[in-house]
Write a protein that binds this ligand. Structure first.
Ligand code: SAH
Length: 392
């Protein structure tokens, strides 16, 4: 089989490229396009020979697209217009312009690509951008399937619920197609089922991420103070966390962590953060089987950007947070320091995302930039599996 010619749009640090490699399908990236110069440096650092187009997608002409003669498009358009926090600008958000441009170009290509895979946040599925994408695909003769998946489906102890759409240039629907349905698990995995039970993404969504409306319960009612246990955590949340930690089909975080002594003390949480945010932190230990979604503000903003790691495993959280409010500031800091809380390192987040060991950042990229770029990237195992299904 001739290697597929693949166009990687919004390439970032190359999550799609790694997923394509991991899928094992013979393919080459004929162009990777992104405007973020730091991301592009990282991309070039890891993929020396891939043509990197450091420009806006809207700046690429139909003629240039035609010249690339690609068989597949992999893309992760900007997600801010579709998140709750990003104000849901949808198609009227300027950051959606380039995506609408792609939809405009697609039907006019000299040769339509055979395959297309799109990744975005949960929320995209109800957007007008999604509706326009579907209309364009149908007009061009593609068949498609949508998914909402989290890495927990693949035993990875990290929540990162994302929307995916795969499309193939053919009339017959995918064998696993369910009309009008978004799949929340991988299809046709009979053999894998017996080896490792999987989880439907719906149960594993990023429900522990504290967003501005986290004070309301799932029924929209307002939580009473008595509903919170120690830490500002509801009984329901705590139960869900315990359920995940007891689920032996998920791997332990330990498998994804760096060895002590690799400069990990640089990642300890500063005392001022401990005091200010203690009750809002999502704290996990190496033997936990869960972590919340790492977003681009991780390591910089505390609230809702991802779990922190308790490295003193023998200390019980309850013992630290018991009667916490009645303690003096010094006592609070003293107690919190016992936990030896640290951030996950960028390498550890890369491990959870499935980046191979040879992936690295150029020296000049700061830790804050690394968190930012990883927060925008994707889970490689999830996407690799989708690419395999798409091309199979
Ligand atoms: N999948 C990527 C991340 C995608 S995040 C990864 O694995 O890292 C979205 C990316 O789109 C960002 O890197 C951003 O710089 C880029 N982007 C946003 N608008 C763009 C445009 N108009 N043209 C090209 N790239 C754009």
């Amino acid at each position: 089989m001739e290697p597929l010619r693949v166009l990687e749009l919004y390439s970032g640090i190359g999550g799609m490229h790694y997923a394509l490699q991991a899928s094992g399908i013979p393919a080459e990236i004929v162009a990777a396009v992104d405007v973020n110069t730091v991301a592009n440096e990282v991309y070039k650092h890891n993929f020396h020979t891939t043509p990197m187009w450091s420009k806006t997608i809207e700046g690429i002409s139909l003629k240039e697209f035609n010249k690339l003669s690609f068989d597949m498009i992999l893309m992760s358009p900007p997600c801010q217009p579709f998140t709750r926090i990003g104000r849901q600008g949808d198609v009227s958000d300027p950051r959606t312009q380039s995506f609408l441009y792609i939809l405009d170009i697609l039907p006019r290509l000299a040769k339509l690509p055979k395959y297309l895979l799109l990744e975005n946040v949960k929320g995209f599925e109800t957007s007008s951008a999604r509706d326009e994408l579907i209309q364009t695909l149908e007009k061009c003769g593609f068949t498609y399937q949508e998914f909402l998946l989290s890495p927990t489906c693949l035993t990875i102890p990290n929540s990162r619920l994302r929307y995916f759409l795969m499309a193939r240039l053919q009339i017959e629907p995918f064998p696993f197609h369910v009309p009008g349905k978004i799949l929340t698990d991988f299809p046709n995995q009979d053999q894998m089922d017996s080896e490792m039970p999987r989880h439907s993404a719906g149960l594993m969504e990023d429900s522990f991420t504290r967003e501005p409306d986290a004070g309301s319960d799932s029924n929209g009612g307002h939580l009473q103070k008595r509903d919170f246990l120690f830490k500002l955590e509801t009984e329901q949340e705590l139960e869900r966390k315990q359920q995940q930690d007891n689920d032996l089909s998920l791997q332990m975080l330990r498998n994804f962590l760096q060895e002590d002594g690799e400069g990990l003390s640089n990642y300890l949480l500063p005392a001022k953060y401990l005091l200010r945010y203690a009750l809002l932190l999502d704290i996990v230990t190496p033997s936990c089987r869960r972590s919340t979604c790492f977003t681009k503000g991780y390591g910089h903003y505390i609230e809702g950007t991802g779990s922190v790691l308790q490295t003193a495993e023998d200390i019980q959280l309850e013992s630290v947070f018991k009667s916490f409010e009645s303690l003096s500031e010094e006592e609070k800091i003293m107690k919190l320091s016992l936990l030896k809380l640290r951030y996950f390192t960028p390498r550890e987040i890369a491990n959870l995302h499935g980046f191979p060991l040879e992936f690295g950042f150029p020296d000049k990229v700061t830790t804050k930039q690394q968190y930012r770029l990883l927060g925008n990237s994707l889970n490689i195992h999830v996407v690799a599996k989708l690419i395999s299904l798409l091309v199979a």
